[in-house]
Design a protein around this ligand. Structure first.
Ligand SMILES: [Ca+2]
Ligand SMILES: [Ca+2]
Ligand SMILES: [Ca+2]
Length: 173
């Protein structure tokens, strides 16, 4: 009889624990936090190859590789499907964006960490947009680049990390 009472007690405790389950579900999604390895202003030296000024469709461009340190903080496995970046002018207008997909996806274990790199390309068109946005057409401009890490949980739900920003500048070399 005592044993039966004990079993009922345990069952009661277990079922009481289940009541909290909907709250726990909220925590079942992976969370990826990303930080830039280098947060200093990145200076792009974009050549004006034909010397007619920076223009869209002209071939001058500069590329800088940027590294993102990525950490899973919610204790859930994740799959990284890609990184996207956006370039903004000094007023916050988006002037370009690019996605890099990882095939196959990169496994990120719960509480795991990884470092991923992405090449940021600023061409003459981007350089001209950044230059002109500050109101002075002087072949110097500033803006921002933002990064999002795109990932899935083990059920296939898709998420994106909170974007991180880095200051950028364009000059003619
Ligand atoms: Ca040009
Ligand atoms: Ca210009
Ligand atoms: Ca300018």
């Amino acid at each position: 009889m005592k044993r039966l009472f004990l079993m009922l007690f345990i069952a009661a405790v277990l079922s009481a624990g289940c009541v909290k389950e909907p709250v726990a579900l909220y925590f079942e999604q992976p969370v990826l936090v990303s930080t830039l390895s280098d947060t200093t202003q990145a200076v792009f030296q974009v050549p004006d190859i034909d010397s007619n000024g920076w223009h869209h469709w002209d071939s001058g461009a500069d590329t800088i590789s940027m590294s993102l340190y990525i950490k899973e903080t919610a204790g859930q496995n994740a799959l990284i499907s890609g990184i996207s970046y956006k370039i903004y002018d000094i007023d916050g207008n988006m002037i370009n964006s690019k996605n890099e997909s990882y095939i196959p996806y990169i496994n990120m274990n719960a509480r795991g960490q990884d470092t991923l790199s992405m090449s940021i390309i600023v061409d003459e068109g981007d350089a001209n947009d950044l230059d002109d946005a500050d109101g002075i057409n002087d072949n110097v401009g500033e803006g921002y680049v933002s990064f999002n890490v795109n990932f899935l949980d083990e059920k296939g739900n898709q998420y994106s990390s909170v974007p991180v920003f880095r200051d950028i500048k364009v000059i003619k070399p």
